[in-house]
Ligand binder design. Structure first.
Ligand SMILES: [Zn+2]
Length: 259
């Protein structure tokens, strides 16, 4: 399967080098575009159209989730090419709703993988063991969790679902292409288990603590501007541990180990 990556010119702390837009071909001149990118980027739209022009015709545009660095450019791209928009049924403007295992393009199927957002889908090509992960798995660093309750539980089971496929290559929404997908998923699962343990250890060491205190104790290596984001991850860990009755919540949003 032909796969070409076009990096959008929107680099930043959350988007790494920029959003990865993928052009995928079926060998018969039909093309799918995965994650066109943010709006107000005519330069990126032109780059996608130019790359497609040399290869065939864009018939499908797939969006992995609703975030503003992935979805908005799909609208002008579909308008320009007549392609139909495929994605999670909850995404605005979707013409081809992707249920679990729905055929998507050229043998790829959609997988529901909540955790980063509730409407996240991955695309799996079993014959080539290739996986498009959107923001569930990134080429470098770790993914950010949804703000919704239960996001970490969802995220862990999504990672386990993907690990069960033993993907060879992962094409992430940001950062470099991952040549050993199964190893990356192992690393991600171990990282999340380590964070859970770090929260338990910090509570054991410091006693009852707030989310901000735990974030500062655990994320000693991140810039202060990123601490609120780290706090979201800490809270997700606390919710998971609470659901397993390993910790309890005190007045004033303070947390302690279950006694
Ligand atoms: Zn995202």
């Amino acid at each position: 399967m032909l796969i070409e990556r076009i990096v959008a010119p929107n680099p930043g702390p959350m988007t790494l080098t920029g959003t990865n837009t993928y052009l995928v071909g079926d060998g018969a001149g039909n093309l799918a575009v995965i994650d066109p990118g943010p709006e107000d980027l005519p330069r990126h739209l032109d780059a996608i159209l130019a790359a497609a022009h040399a290869l065939g015709r864009i018939t499908t545009v797939v969006v992995t989730h609703r975030h503003l660095d992935h979805l908005p450019l799909a609208i002008p791209l579909c308008k320009e090419t007549g392609a139909r928009l495929a994605g999670h049924p909850d995404l605005p403007g979707v013409e081809q709703p992707l249920g679990q295992n729905a055929p998507t393009f050229n043998g790829m199927v959609a997988l529901h993988t909540p955790g980063h957002t509730r409407d996240s889908v991955c695309l799996w090509n079993a014959s080539e063991a290739t996986l498009f992960t959107g923001d569930l798995v990134l080429g470098s660093g770790t993914a950010v969790l949804d703000d919704a309750p239960g996001a970490l539980t969802d995220y862990m089971s999504s990672l386990e679902q993907l690990f069960g496929l033993r993907p060879r290559t992962i094409y992430p929404g940001h950062g470099p292409i991952v040549p050993d997908g199964a190893a990356k998923l192992t690393e991600y699962l171990e990282h999340r288990r380590l964070r859970l343990q770090q929260v338990l250890d910090a509570l054991g060491h410091h006693g009852p603590s707030t989310v901000a205190e735990l974030a500062a104790a655990i994320y000693t290596d991140v810039a202060p501007s990123m601490l609120p984001m780290a706090g979201r991850n800490v809270r997700a860990n606390l919710e998971l541990l609470l659901s397993e009755s390993r910790i309890e919540r005190l007045d004033g949003d303070r947390w302690q180990l279950m006694r």
